[in-house]
Design a binder for this molecule. Structure first.
Ligand SMILES: Cc1cc2nc3c(=O)[nH]c(=O)nc-3n(C[C@H](O)[C@H](O)[C@H](O)COP(=O)(O)OP(=O)(O)OC[C@H]3O[C@@H](n4cnc5c(N)ncnc54)[C@H](O)[C@@H]3O)c2cc1C
Length: 426
């Protein structure tokens, strides 16, 4: 393999190989270079960014297939980068929400019931967290309120990417408060790509094996082997669990268990373009509708017309999301349109232009949306984060406490693991 000269240290090999050029890998790479180490980033896909991916070909406006809200602590570096590079941030903390029951807006009484369901469910989840309980969220929340199913669908599949019976109460409790919560007009993926520009990344170079039996590591790819003193593995737990990267010696049992206890959930976006019709809905708002309490709900809730684009972005996830993803993009788009038609009538079809559903499950470099700890195993995040033999390090959203599941968390985690690697190697 021919490596860029910036990737070669005095030995002719880089000090560190970073596996994966998503948020974590790019942040790690930049930090290692700042620490004076030589590096190379090996990326399986033909682009950088990983689960941060903006494209404008489908709708003529930026559409993020993966992350789109810049979330995390108030001083998240992505916020400062976006400002410095002239990206347009929209604070989305106080977005409005239209709630429907069937084909009409919720009455005042129903809206109060909806608020009551959120309060009751959050308070039950918080109590479980405070008590240190790590159990399935479904076992601690009330499920017989008029809007229980709605709140549980928002918090479960559409936020944590798993259904309530698969959501760990400690994962929910330990998740960091969002000080930053912005939409970004030009796309989150575009920001992450910009952050990675100029780094020594080898695209289309999947890592197939990591041999850590010797002094350093030997990282194998179809185009050759790279030897280094250490590596940082930033691929998803979906990829780690697939066995597509083999380790020699095999990963210790505790590490393999941590991977198994952090399976990937699925969040799916179903983007629908309309001809300018707004259906009485505001820009940058949410559209929610009542579902029965029989979970998982076959539902899709919407972000309406972000940045005044003619797009409604539906969200679905968990088991039902997986069912739709398996059925394919056209079936998912039909489903989402059908849900809108049930509210606004068949004119929805007349105003529809085109649609697209994302499918991160079938992406071999991701194999799902993001990791959710199996109830009872929130601690697996710390185990996954533990390095092996001071030369195989792990970073990425799954280990990014307390900002796990987030691109901003992955970035912060990539930076902190890179600093740990630099300290270890010095
Ligand atoms: C639909 C969806 C919506 C989301 N919404 C948000 C949101 O609004 N806000 C938010 O903050 N987060 C959101 N997220 C989560 C966020 O996108 C991820 O947490 C974050 O991008 C993960 O970054 P990472 O670096 O850990 O992993 P990745 O971005 O997955 O990076 C890992 C890289 O490794 C590469 N790779 C895989 N296998 C190999 C291999 N064998 N060899 C070499 N390279 C390999 C991959 O191609 C990838 O580029 C969303 C995710 C999805 C899917």
């Amino acid at each position: 393999m021919v490596l860029p000269s910036s990737a070669l240290g005095a030995s002719g090999n880089p000090d560190v190989v970073v596996v994966g050029a998503g948020s974590a890998g790019l942040a790690a790479a930049r930090t290692l270079l700042d620490e004076g180490l030589s590096i190379v980033v090996l990326e399986a896909a033909g682009r950088i960014g990983g689960r941060a991916w903006t494209e404008s070909d489908t709708f003529g406006v930026p559409f993020d297939h993966g992350c789109s809200w810049v979330m995390g602590p108030a001083d998240l570096p992505y916020v400062a980068m976006a400002r410095e590079w002239g990206f347009t941030l929209h604070n989305h903390n106080s977005a409005g929400e239209s709630v429907f029951v069937g084909d009409r807006k919720a009455t005042g009484q129903e809206s109060r019931e909806y608020d009551r369901a959120w309060e009751a469910i959050n308070s039950a989840l918080n109590k479980a967290g405070r008590d240190g309980l790590d159990v399935a969220a479904s076992t601690v929340v009330p499920s017989d309120m008029q809007f229980s199913g709605v709140s549980q669908t928002w918090i479960g599949p559409m936020d944590f990417a798993v259904d309530f019976d698969e959501l760990s109460t400690l994962d929910n409790w330990n998740f960091g408060d969002a000080g930053a919560y912005y939409m970004i007009r030009e796309g989150y993926g575009a920001l992450v790509s910009r952050d990675g520009s100029g780094l020594p990344v080898k695209l289309n170079t999947p890592v197939t094996a990591i041999d850590w039996s010797g002094e350093g590591v030997a990282v194998e790819t179809p185009s050759g082997t790279v030897r280094a003193r250490a590596c940082i593995v930033t691929v998803s737990t979906g990829v780690l669990g697939s066995g597509d990267i083999s380790f020699a010696p095999a990963l210790p049992v505790w590490k393999q268990e941590a991977i198994d206890r952090l399976p990937m959930g699925l969040l799916m976006k179903i983007a629908l373009e309309f001809d300018g019709e707004r259906f009485g809905l505001g820009d940058n708002n949410w559209l929610t509708y009542h579902v029965e309490n029989l979970l998982p709900a076959r539902a899709c809730y919407f972000l309406t017309f972000p940045f005044s684009f003619d797009l409604m972005i539906g969200f679905t996830g968990g088991r039902f999301g997986r069912e739709l993803a398996a059925a394919g993009s056209d079936a998912a788009v039909d489903f989402a349109l059908g849900e809108l038609a049930a509210i606004f009538g068949n004119d929805v079809h007349k105003h529809f232009v085109r649609g697209l559903a994302t499918d991160w499950d079938s992406n071999p470099w991701t194999r799902g949306a993001y990791a959710a700890a199996v109830p009872g195993h929130h601690g697996a995040r710390d185990e996954l984060a533990r390095p092996i033999a001071d030369r195989v390090f792990f970073a990425g959203e799954a280990t990014a406490a307390p900002w796990y599941q987030l691109a901003g968390g992955a970035w912060l985690n990539g930076r902190s693991v890179a600093r740990e690697v630099a300290a270890t190697l010095s």
